[in-house]
Design a protein around this ligand. Structure first.
Ligand code: NAD
Length: 298
């Protein structure tokens, strides 16, 4: 059971994730007042009408007005927008307010906080919910998005224990399970499990659409193509930011992927059915084990 309770929740960037968090906390009743600032005012109007938020703010200054120790401010913006937002928050937000984020890369946020504040402030707790979809915008938000999903907290060296605990309780209140690792480790792991698959899906679709016979190729694309490329429907801006912010880890994973492709290519050239079978059997067994493990933990 979560002990989380707060007077005010403030969200900068009320999209799929920020909106889902607002909805989830609203549903639990553990937050008294929810306010948000978003670049697009339309999203705020929608959220007000739907009762997702109580107050639409016209600036970050207004969002921070009256926030006190114990309140929580969440950055729900695309990864590269976090630095400019921190610049505006720096003079405006009271030091006792817990600041957290939901971004898909973590070292970038810590580096941006160091640039803006001189050192990463003790009230900043970087976090990443491992839940979402290829949809975006507050219109797609769901109160149950994080239920039975993991959230990775990535405290930096100066992270305050009470702020870390508060963010842990916040996510527990949304029904999520919590893991903790360093920002660097997070970026390596997610570079492999999330960022590389998006690279592959985008590149495969890009390859097919650059082919001369593209119309014919896509006409015969079946379920396998649809399954493999679903995530290429994700928001290009969000994924552009993730690529830039985690470029080193992603580049290394692409190098490793190329080595594995070369191994398969060599097996094809050698007509080595045995080598091909071995690679496919290993991959199939690994995926089966992954599915079993996911079923057990859900
Ligand atoms: P989204 O596009 O649905 O929402 C982002 C919102 O931020 C939009 O409403 C946009 O108008 C607003 N915004 C952009 N720049 C802004 C600025 N400078 N100031 C104020 N508002 C601004 O995106 P999302 O899917 O909710 O992703 C938000 C964050 O969550 C990203 O950092 C992403 O990496 C992370 N994340 C996404 C997923 C996913 O599956 N979508 C999962 C986990 C984490």
């Amino acid at each position: 059971m979560s002990q989380f309770a707060a007077k005010r929740l403030a969200v900068v960037g009320l999209g799929l994730i920020g909106g889902s968090l607002a909805k989830a906390l609203r549903e639990t009743g553990c937050v008294e007042h929810i306010r948000a600032y978003n670049r697009s005012a339309q999203s705020l109007q929608f959220a007000l009408q739907q009762g997702i938020i109580d107050q639409a703010c016209s600036s970050i200054g207004q969002l921070c007005e009256g926030l006190e120790a114990g309140d929580v401010l969440v950055l729900g913006v695309p990864v590269l927008a976090a630095g400019p937002v921190l610049e505006q928050l720096h003079p405006a937000v009271e030091a006792g307010v817990t600041i957290t984020d939901v971004g898909s890369t973590k070292s970038w946020l810590v580096a941006e906080a160091e640039r803006v504040f001189g050192e990463a402030p003790s009230n900043l707790v970087p976090a990443h919910p491992i839940a979402g979809s290829e949809q975006y915008g507050v219109e797609a938000s769901r109160a149950d998005l994080f239920r039975a999903h993991r959230v990775i907290l990535t405290p930096h060296a100066n992270c305050g224990a009470s702020h870390l605990e508060r963010v842990r309780e916040l996510w527990l209140a949304c029904g999520a399970g919590i893991d903790e690792m360093t920002p660097e480790r997070h970026d390596e792991v997610l570079g492999a499990t999330s960022h590389l698959p998006h690279v592959l899906a985008y590149i495969l679709v890009d390859l097919l659409c650059s082919m001369e016979q593209r119309g014919e190729v896509l006409r015969y694309a079946a379920g396998g193509f649809r399954d493999f490329t679903r995530i290429a429907s994700s928001d290009p801006t969000m994924w552009r930011d993730i690529m830039i912010a985690n470029r080193e880890a992603i580049s290394s994973r692409i190098d490793e992927y190329e080595q594995h492709l070369d191994r398969l290519k060599a097996a094809l050239e050698d007509e080595s059915a045995e080598a091909i079978q071995e690679i496919f059997e290993r991959a199939q067994a690994t995926r089966e084990a992954f599915l079993k493990q996911s079923e057990q933990s859900s």
